[in-house]
Design a protein around this ligand. Sequence first.
Ligand SMILES: [Zn+2]
Length: 300
Amino acid sequence: MLVSIVYCTKRPGGIDILFGGLKNQKDQDYELIIVDELADTRRDTVSTFADALKLTDKIVFHGKSKKKSYPPRPFGMANALNTGFLEVHGDPVIILTDFVYVEPNLVTHTKEWSSQILTHAIITVAAPQDQIDTRALIDNTATTIFTAPFLGNPIKNDWKILSMVPSSKEMVGWFDLACGSIPKPVLENLNGVDEQLDLGDDCHEINIRDRALLGGTRIGVDMDSYVQAIDHRRFSTESAWTRSPKNTNIPRWNVLYQAIMAGYYPVRPPFNNFCLRCNRKIPCLHESPYIQELSIGSSH
Ligand SMILES: [Zn+2]
């Protein structure tokens, strides 16, 4: 069973942490699709680094150029994820955001839970300030932001723990896809993430969860294979490293969520002009039943 990992990034560094976690996987039967906003400047340094770690044959490297659209639309996280989804050969599909360290059992656990949406507990850690190379924070060729590539386990290297989620009280309803996996047939049915959310920041993955739930997909939290998220917001106050509260998608997500719950929202987002089921980068004539019809078992 080949597992596909879709990794989206727009920031310098992070590649060392990613490669370190993947190099240590007990199960090496995966492919890695990197969708990189810095592809134009970083392609060569990432390739050289992958060569050095003997990871090259696992990697598909991508700039963000899935399609041209008219009128032009923002190229944010949803578009990046969908670009990666169009490239996957495996099932299930793991989503990884940048600056996360994954435990060696990630691929193993993903296979064990392959029929459902799986999300992982998150421990947020702080990188030691004296190991950060501040010049790398503005270097669009950088594969690491540290004075030397970091390939280890942050907690085992005594990095400070800032928070852990979910705590037991937060278990019900907790969901985050900083690291998580989705069965490929579910992704195809939902036709990826709704690109309307690229008008702002965040809430992209929870949109997949909302639509998948009504289609009957089970959701689980893996507490035994957590991820370590490196708190990149403390590296710099530049916009690439922080998130603007005024751009949040929370109101936009809530409108979509209400529409989904009321049964007025198509299973396949109406503005996604590609088809994961046909693997075509153009719109197709696949029918788009409404969530309510799907959940009551319509003829589609
Ligand atoms: Zn199609």
